[in-house]
Design a protein around this ligand. Structure first.
Ligand code: ZN
Length: 492
């Protein structure tokens, strides 16, 4: 065997074990008995220590120094393995183990604190998690300066992008979003849905829509969880959704969103399975797929016209009489506290708030004790009303309890990428609206599969978007898409 073959055989086993660890995470959110949390934390930290030991195995370093790549695919595999190795060897095994145990435990502590609206109960765990993340970042940091630690963490989610680039992008996005929100909020409020929406029917409908959006149920499954998510890669890619008897949109659009993530994983070239190329290339690109499925396709006026008929067939009277009014109901802007329930216009403002706060936490300019005040002050400044309770404020998101610092900005990055991809996709599929009016997004999905999904980790994120769209990522397409859509919907 050549050094390349030996390295790939070893890496393949590491990838397989990584999938096993991921499935434990899926189980924790869907099936695990509540009393198992402490034991699961130990299991997760043992898995994590084992994976860390494999990633830093000295043989990997030796193989990397000897391996030769034949062709672009092998070169990309080596590039990704080298990157992972270079990062992993900088983190001591005890630190990797502490992070895994603390974040697995932190999640349970956060869930209980959120249920009781008790910030103080979460702060000690959050303090430990942040200290560990800062320690990890210090091991990895490649530069000096106020954002060096944060940039080091960001690389795990969005290789090739710095916080300076993200800050510039957010600054360019914010004024347009704020002005559009003000104009929509001043327009007459649309009607809302009414009625009771049977939850079994909702799940049946969400499976139907998941399949219409290209989700292969022979290689996936749909379960329920508090926070919908997708996990896995290759031939086992699972999603979760949630139901609310008074609001079928919650289930439908959570499903379409997670199908976007899952279809990306399912769409990757099968030859890359269980290798570093066999997973979505970054969180930002991942989110671009989920958001374009959910918003540019699923919340488009032609598609909601079709959906209106489907909902009436299934549930009878839904309190809305016309497809036009239904389109506005799907695309309503409301006052609200919760990021995951926010509309396309306000969503990114929620992300910007978290981005600035977590950068300050990791940079050391904001103390954990002052986080709640900082959140509430910033929220009121951005949204114009006060946070009423911690579960609607600083305790609403799971991310920080998992130690995910540097993750939030990838949501907005994904929206920006989706805006860019939408322009190119519509150019390639000129009759898309006619298909969407029949509930058929298949030509758009084929374009996304061809230009984004199949490549897995072959190209770096920005290169991938640039190849697909013919231009470097920019906020302008997202802003003009939102402006055009909401101006027409609300007659602004
Ligand atoms: Zn997502």
């Amino acid at each position: 065997m050549t050094a390349y073959d030996e390295l790939m055989a070893f890496t393949r086993d590491s990838c397989a074990l990584g999938e096993v660890a991921g499935r434990l995470g899926w189980d924790q959110e869907t099936m695990m008995p509540r009393g198992a949390a402490e034991q699961r934390a130990e299991e997760m930290s043992a898995m994590s220590a084992m994976l860390h030991a494999r990633r830093t195995d000295p043989r990997v370093g030796t193989w990397l120094s000897q391996a030769e790549a034949h062709g672009a695919v092998e070169a990309a595999q080596l590039r990704l393995i080298q990157r992972s190795y270079d990062r992993a060897v900088k983190i001591p095994e005890t630190l990797a183990r502490d992070i895994a145990g603390e974040t697995s435990r932190g999640q349970g502590i956060w869930a209980e604190a959120r249920a009781n609206d008790d910030v103080a109960a979460f702060l000690p765990a959050l303090k430990r998690i942040i200290a560990l993340q800062r320690e990890k970042a210090a091991c990895l940091a490649e530069s000096e300066g106020p954002d060096a630690l944060y940039d080091a963490l960001l690389l795990d989610y969005e290789p090739g992008t710095t916080s300076a680039q993200i800050t510039a992008m957010f600054d360019a996005l914010r004024p347009g979003l704020v002005s559009l929100r003000e104009r929509i909020m001043a327009a007459p409020r649309p009607e809302g849905l009414s009625g009771h929406f049977d939850e079994t029917q909702q799940m049946a409908m969400s499976e139907q829509i998941a399949q219409a959006f290209g989700y292969d149920m022979t290689r996936g499954r749909v379960d329920k969880s508090v926070h919908p998510f997708s996990s896995g890669s290759g031939t086992d890619v699972r999603i979760t959704t949630r139901t609310d008897p008074s609001d079928p949109f919650n289930c439908l659009y959570s499903t379409i969103h997670e199908v976007g993530h899952a279809a990306y994983e399912q769409g990757i070239d099968a030859a890359y399975a269980l290798t570093p190329l066999g997973a979505g290339v970054s969180m930002g690109v991942h989110e671009s797929q989920s958001r374009i499925y959910e918003n540019q396709l699923g919340r488009s006026v032609p598609f909601t016209g079709w959906l209106f008929g489907q909902l009436r067939d299934r549930f009878g009277d839904i309190g809305i009489e016309t497809p036009e009014a239904f389109g506005r109901a799907v695309n309503t802007l409301r006052k609200g506290y919760i990021r995951t329930e926010a509309d396309e216009v306000q969503y990114n403002l929620h992300v910007m708030l978290r981005y600035d706060l977590e950068r300050a936490l990791i940079g050391g300019t904001l103390e954990v004790e002052d986080l709640e005040d900082a959140w509430n002050t910033r929220f009121e400044a951005d949204f114009g009303y006060k946070v009423d309770k911690p579960s609607n404020g600083v305790l609403q998101d799971v991310h920080w309890s998992f130690g995910l610092f540097g993750y939030f900005p990838t949501y907005t990055l994904g929206n920006v990428y989706a805006g860019c991809l939408n322009v190119a996709m519509r150019k390639a599929v000129p009759d898309l609206d006619a298909d969407l009016a029949q509930g058929d997004p298949s030509k758009a999905l084929a374009w996304l599969r061809e230009n984004i999904q199949q490549h897995g980790g072959l190209y770096e994120p920005v290169d991938l978007i640039t190849r697909a769209t013919g231009a470097a990522p920019d906020v302008a397409p997202l802003l003009s898409y939102l402006e055009d859509k909401f101006t027409a919907l609300y007659d602004l």
